[in-house]
Design a protein around this ligand. Structure first.
Ligand SMILES: *[C@@H]1O[C@H](CO)[C@@H](O)[C@H](O)[C@H]1NC(C)=O
Length: 369
């Protein structure tokens, strides 16, 4: 209680001495101050110029002359955290009754995959041996195929939390690392990652009997999901329903409004350097076009405080889908999460109402009116 508080006193002292300086302030002292500090000013000016040069001239030149770099940034498949994980052991990630397996999509492309069983199986029958997992796919429980976003692996924390949630709602969850991600071989391209998703979908289809497959895409995975859904719908092989979590309308806008682009966005040559380079590499992810061919029920989830894929890009996609479903606008819905909840780009699985949202969504998919 009686502890002396020195702070106000010392502040007062400082203020006094500052005032003293101000009293004596004149052109002369300013000049002297500048002269004494000139080397610092010069140094700061040099650093600033160099930084600006690097950002506005150096990076664009580098990007334009190294066409491989932007796909690396978009897919970010080499960015892995935590770095040393054993993807062949889903139990290490806290997943019970889960199996790791590999599929050969094409020559030199083997993708890693996980299958998590619905929770009731564990409760009723305990742990199922790995070799029996495929048989379980036809047990009548609905299947969610999860298609993840860029960077990390199928074992990234927020993804695992979602598998746990879906399994607890008694769904099968099957997920892959696209080519070049995690322990999957190959190099990711837009065409390639969609091929991987198509391959696992058809693989599931052969094993599920009359069970239904729902697609769940997150972030860049919404681009993969929408494109996959378009291909499937064109074939007449409709998925039961589609969840798009934190989606974007197309890669052009996603790249423009990504935080990485912030310092470059106002450059007159931004389009030419970045967007044209992406296009040259075959990266478009035009979900707003693909979605026009997609007919099953769609639920879009987006948090207002998403800093990676801005909220209004999800809304743009929604409005595109809604506008073309003239007599069926009810079968696309947009669920917004308030910014103050802090879900951002990756944490929508934490929303207390998410389980109910998913159950209602499934109801609507299976009982369209
Ligand atoms: C990874 O997990 C698998 C399956 O549990 C195991 O057989 C393998 O030895 C593990 N590898 C390493 C490097 O720990």
């Amino acid at each position: 209680m009686d502890t002396p508080n020195f702070k106000p006193d010392s502040k007062k002292g400082k203020r006094k001495s500052k005032e003293g300086k101000n009293d004596a302030a004149s052109k002369g002292t300013f000049l002297r101050y500048f002269q004494e500090n000139a080397p610092n000013f010069l140094f700061t000016a040099k650093i600033t110029t160099l930084t600006l040069f690097l950002i506005y001239i150096g990076v664009p030149i580098f990007v334009r002359s190294n066409p491989w770099i932007l796909p690396r940034v978009v897919f970010a498949n080499l960015l892995r955290w935590p770095p040393f994980v054993n993807l062949s052991s889903p139990a290490d990630f806290g997943l019970v009754n889960a199996r790791n397996f590999y599929l050969d999509v094409e020559d030199n492309v083997r993708i890693g995959s996980w299958h998590v069983l619905p929770k009731s199986i564990l409760v009723e029958r305990g742990h199922i041996p790995a070799e029996k997992f495929e048989d379980e796919l036809s047990n009548g429980k609905r299947v969610f195929l999860y298609l993840h976003g860029n960077s990390g692996t199928r074992g990234s924390h927020h993804r695992v939390q979602l598998y746990k949630l879906l399994a607890s709602l008694d769904f099968h969850v099957v997920t892959i690392d696209y080519r070049g991600y995690g322990d999957s071989s190959g190099v990711p391209t837009e065409e390639g990652v969609v091929k991987d998703a198509y391959f696992i979908y058809k693989w599931l289809k052969q094993r599920i009997g009359n069970t239904k497959i729902f697609l769940w895409g997150h972030s860049l995975g919404t681009g993969v999901t929408t494109k996959l859904a378009k291909v499937l719908c064109n074939e007449g092989d409709l998925p039961a329903g589609i969840v798009l979590e934190s989606p974007f309308n197309n890669m052009k806008d996603a790249a423009t409004y990504h935080p990485f682009s912030l310092p470059f966005r106002m450059l007159p040559w931004f389009d030419w350097i970045f967007l044209k380079s992406l296009g040259d590499q075959g990266i478009f992810f035009k979900s707003d076009e693909s979605i026009l061919s997609v007919t099953p029920h769609i639920m879009i989830l987006h948090a207002e405080d998403d800093l990676i894929v801005p909220f209004d890009l999800g809304q743009k996609l929604y409005h595109k889908a809604k506008a073309t479903r003239t007599h069926k606008t009810k079968n696309v819905e947009f669920v917004a999460f308030k910014g103050d909840l802090g879900y951002g780009h990756k944490l929508i699985y934490q929303a207390p109402e998410i389980g109910d949202l998913i159950r209602q969504f499934i109801q609507k998919c299976e009982n369209p009116d």
